[in-house]
Design a protein around this ligand. Structure first.
Ligand code: MOS
Length: 749
């Protein structure tokens, strides 16, 4: 697939490609409506599938009026548990490494609201929708457990994606016993839903035992393997096209039942099938951020130093599967306590299985931790920033592995300076603005780990001296296409404009997972290595050719710059890529590479992005209405390839933090278990008027270990720190400590 992309020239600089604030390559396509999303595809002869979903949270479907649905004009087929064609993989079996149990009409059981209970396929979307409405399901209804208080805690094998549920360093009870003061409190975070702008969708078209899937997808190779297992075909028979994603946030990295059903229908009916979830149908089968109930105990000595940090998290999951927000693990890497205990228990509720959602674990965990740290600072009579500067870890607690630098200190110091933290009164309720609104300032520490996913790439230098670089990655809005091309251009000694990037289709070399804020580092390193491989092959052609001015220079005797190979130390002797290829009679030279993390380096060094977020809120003293008025974040995340896009990622994260602190919550009806605000009107997310002045400071950081590019993640860290900073600012404005999210007017009046 070839896509026309553009680059605003006013932002172009020559020389090093890294550091250029290029605008998004796909920006013009998106704002002019020429970017095609999955549901924009209409293959010849396509049918429409609509899921009928349960309106109860627990029980059984006892009757469906399939005859009425089938009699509706245009309806082609209705699949229910009675006639659903077989799958090659048991949907109640998890598929490692990233598998979930899915609902694909395997039986008549209902395990959550909005679970698919039938699939109606028709000639038109309207007919399929009407058909689904005619099914008139009857239920055997059991009482639903949807509140944290109604679940029974259970022990876990793992949290998040395979992380240990309990980690302890030192002796927590001894640390608490030795403390001069112990601060103890509980914190509750709600269910939140990804609500990507583009709903989950698929257009499936079979050709024999091969299938082409147009679908938004954050993990192409992994998904091909999983779909292949469900349909009993080789992974290479699954082609996923995902050129654009209207957001993902983790929910498009996992398989889900509705999409599998649509693919199954396409095979059974021998026609292409499209399915796009409605907004309401996204509140169930495609993951969410699970509720947490966290308890923290922090011990401090007379100097305000931590003696113990105990973080216990009770994390909700579904009745039939395990994904637990690894919330307590947020307390592991940040503060230098001689004793740290992070532990989790699960809680089964009659809801869809939670899944990874932007900063899974760190978001809700750091929300609780950062308020608890504020409370502990208060107990010591210390300024909350001074308390953090006293207690942040310079080496990774427990492991003793060095962090890359003292970048976190710089984040605190530079952020505080920009924000104007100095002179902040220690006591709450001391500041008012000119309108009499209560003003408060708060701080929170931001942290995010740096995963690396194995990735592969190909770089082709072409006869005209330009390059094509390829990796099956995902740009869900973060700017991957742009940044990955910049990285490749640098390795190839070209300007980004001379580099065409193909991505977003599974037939390309595996670009790894676009998740964990690790995509730029992972796919970027693969592209970098592929570019270097292509240059090495080109250099071979030139340096072994007596007709070349580079003859005999040897591979390390040449440098690639501005489309030419130069002789190192004698730079006037050079040749263009096009000249080298032409004389060698080649139309192209191809470099390939894989990129892994060196396990020895990973074992010896702690790898995190760091930051500090400062928040100002203003609160109407009579009405309790909260407005965040300023957010300043300072972040250190290694080498910055594109400051424009990095800043934009930080802003996005900070806005999500604001959303977490003040707005987001899926509200469940206690009687029916139904989600009452499963739409964008009543599920609150910030609009422009809610978003304060934002400032993100990019703290330079040189990390020689995280990967050869020195690149770290920037996508998720912005949420962490921000939530606590806002909650702490609210306390500072009002003197009211709120430990439940989102923070509402009624908490403050
Ligand atoms: Mo994310 S939750 O790593 O897409």
């Amino acid at each position: 697939m070839s896509l026309e992309t553009s680059q605003s020239t006013q932002h172009r600089r020559h020389g090093s490609n890294a550091g250029q604030p290029l605008t998004r390559r796909d920006g013009v396509l998106k704002v002019t409506g020429r970017a095609t999303y999955a549901a924009d595809n209409h293959p010849e002869g396509m049918l429409y599938a609509v899921t009928a979903v349960s309106s109860i949270a627990r029980g059984r479907v006892t009757a469906l009026d399939v005859a009425a649905a089938k009699a509706h004009p245009g309806v082609v087929e209705v699949f229910t548990p009675a006639n659903r064609p077989p799958l090659a993989h048991d949907p109640d079996e998890k598929m490692p490494p990233f598998g979930f149990r899915v609902e694909v009409l395997q039986n008549d059981g209902v395990r959550y609201v909005n679970q698919p209970i039938a699939l109606v396929i028709a000639e038109t979307l309207e007919a399929a929708t009407e058909g689904a409405a005619l099914l008139n399901p009857q239920y055997d209804i059991h009482s639903a457990r949807t509140r944290l208080e109604s679940g029974e805690p259970f022990a876990l094998a793992a949290v998040g994606v395979g992380a240990p549920p309990r980690t302890v360093h030192g002796d927590i009870e001894a640390g608490l016993a030795a403390a001069a003061r112990v601060t103890e409190a509980e914190y509750v975070t709600p269910s939140q839903y990804h609500n990507a702008m583009e709903p989950h969708a698929v257009v499936a078209e079979w050709d024999g035992d091969r299938v082409t899937l147009d679908m938004p997808n954050q993990a192409l190779a992994l998904s091909c393997a999983s779909y292949a297992a469900y349909f009993g075909i080789p992974a290479e028979n699954v082609l996923i096209r995902s050129p654009f994603l209207g957001g993902g946030f983790g929910s498009k990295a996992i398989l889900n039942g509705p999409q599998i059903l649509a693919i199954l229908a396409a095979r059974a009916l021998k026609r292409p099938v499209k399915l796009a979830l409605t907004r309401a149908q996204m509140y169930g089968p495609v993951g969410h951020r699970g509720q947490t109930w966290q308890k923290l105990r922090i011990g401090t000595d007379h100097d305000g130093r931590l003696t113990a940090l105990h973080h216990h998290a009770l994390c909700a999951t579904s009745s039939f599967d395990e994904f637990m927000e690894p919330a307590a693990n947020a307390s592991l890497p940040l503060y230098a306590s001689p004793a740290i205990l992070a532990e989790h228990e699960g809680l089964r509720l009659d809801m869809g299985t939670p899944g990874p959602m932007r900063a899974p674990g760190e978001a809700s965990g750091s929300a609780a931790l950062e308020i608890a740290m504020d409370e502990a600072a208060g107990a010591c009579g210390m300024d909350p920033l001074a308390f953090r500067l006293t207690n942040y870890a310079e080496i990774e607690p427990g492991t003793g592995r060095p962090f890359s630098s003292k970048a976190l200190r710089e984040c605190y110091v530079e952020g505080a300076k920009r924000f104007g933290w100095a002179g902040r009164p220690l006591a709450p309720r001391q500041m008012r603005d000119e309108n009499g609104f209560l003003v408060g300032w708060g701080v929170g520490t931001a942290v995010f780990h740096c995963p690396h996913f194995p990735a592969e790439a190909r770089a082709t230098l072409r006869a005209d001296g330009t390059a094509l670089v390829e990796t099956a990655g995902a740009d869900m809005g973060q700017g991957a296409w742009t940044v990955l091309a910049q990285i490749a251009a640098e390795a190839l000694g070209l300007d980004p404009d001379q580099v065409e990037l193909h991505s977003g289709i599974s037939s390309l070399p595996d670009g790894g997972i676009a998740g964990g804020s690790g995509h730029t580092a992972s796919a970027g390193l693969a592209l970098h290595n592929a570019g270097e491989d292509a240059i090495a092959r080109l250099a071979d052609l030139a340096t072994t050719d007596p007709a070349s001015p580079l003859f005999g220079a040897g591979n390390i005797g040449v440098v690639a710059r501005s489309g030419r190979l130069h002789r190192r130390g004698d730079e006037d002797r050079s040749e263009s890529y096009a000249e080298i290829l032409a004389r060698a009679g080649r139309t192209e030279v191809v470099g390939t590479a894989k990129a892994m993390r060196d396990p020895n380096v990973a074992a010896a060094h702690a790898m995190f992005s760091h930051g500090a977020v400062f928040a100002e809120v203003k609160i109407d003293p009579d009405l309790g209405q909260v407005r965040a008025t300023r957010l300043v974040g300072a972040f250190a995340a290694g080498r910055v390839i594109n400051p424009r896009l990095v800043r934009s990622q930080y802003f996005g994260g900070m806005i999500w933090g604001l959303s977490f602190a003040l707005q987001e919550e899926a509200i469940t009806d206690r009687r029916s278990g139904r989600i009452m605000n499963a739409d964008l009107a009543e599920y609150h997310v910030p609009v422009n008027a809610d978003v304060p002045s934002l400032d993100a400071i990019l703290i330079p950081e040189d990390d020689a270990y995280v990967n050869p590019l020195g690149v770290k993640g920037v996508g998720e860290i912005g949420i962490t720190g921000t939530v606590g900073a806002i909650a702490n600012a609210i306390w500072h404005a009002t003197g009211v400590r709120v430990r439940r999210f989102p923070i509402r007017i009624e908490d403050l009046v």
